[in-house]
Design a protein around this ligand. Sequence first.
Ligand code: PLP
Length: 407
Amino acid sequence: MITINENYLKLQASYLFSDIARRVERFQQKNPEINVIKLGIGDVTKGLPPAAIRAFHKAVDEMAADETFHGYGPEQGYQFLREAIAQNDFQKRGANITADEIFISDGAKCDSGNIQELFARDIIVAIPDPVYPVYLDTNVMAGRTGIFEDGRYGKIVYLDSTKENNFVPSPPKEAVDLIYLCFPNNPTGSTITSKGLQQWVNFAKENKAVILFDAAYEGFINDSTLPHSIFEIEGAREVAIEFRSFSKTAGFTGTRCAFTVVPKECMAWDRTGNSHFLHSLWNRRQGTKFNGVSYPVQRAAEAIYSEEGQAQCRELVAFYRKNAKAILAVMQELGFSCFGGINAPYIWIDGKMDSWDFFDLLLNKAGVVCTPGAGFGRCGKGYIRISSFNSHENIEEAMQRIKKALG
Ligand code: PLP
């Protein structure tokens, strides 16, 4: 008899966004005349930067002729893109990362979900609360947690991110082995300073731990004093892996391209105490289970690093930032404590009530969809997340409706 991986049974019955979709569908059936504005899921709405589109088209044409056709590419990504990333995203900012430490992939979701395969099942994992659900669920699937009780899985060390710590948790008192951090943060929109990140790097070194740093929203950093990469921090090369994505900064959510940085010094140990480089393990993993990102997509991503591409990405980010500013202005005017939205596309709002009740209130009274904070963890109870990824017109309309409903 074939048996299942019973860890899957520990997962919470429905994924946050399917719960939301069900409620929205019910509302829409009862109110078909209302144009529901969705500020929930963090998907971008604007077209790709013209520089990327041009490179994309050109590469598609290359695929048509035998002489310029590309079949399987390197599993780690084409050198032209890895070089462009190393120079522009890291070396220019003083982070010593080389092209062969960069692994191109089809998403930071897959990479941040798959990376835990490299580690033993009995390690202690520290995960922020609230959190992007992928980190937690993939560790549940792998059997690193106990059952779900009172809003939390057993065996996980939760890093509370609250108003009191500005949604930036400090290293825990106990030793942990694997640490997930995400800055700028989804869902709270918080950022971490170099000093704050240095504390984590020091903690990881002292504990022989590894930090998984998700910088998918790096492009939204506006404050020039903030680090864009964990590799701007001294000592991070030995203890950190970083995830980046073209999804939010270049509008690639439907195009799919991202990358993971695994420095050559970063290591973990086997049971007998021998050290192993994670770069070799990840390389082996990708070589076995991944066949690379399509050539035209990698050419489109490369074009993001041209002068023109960079300017167009800045414009994209500025577009969403203007939305974030408009959301912040109205929610603050209505008297809510708001966080994020300055160096991040998300606004985290203390609704002063249960977050699903606040979700229902905005849906039923204003026809606006947000994301209830409780879906991101116990510390998210009482908060909602509003996303700035939409048109100016929709944001304007949504905020007018919210003002009318709650004002
Ligand atoms: N990491 C975080 C924190 C995210 O919020 C998201 C998407 O919402 C991702 C990763 C996924 O990125 P990608 O589109 O590259 O899979």
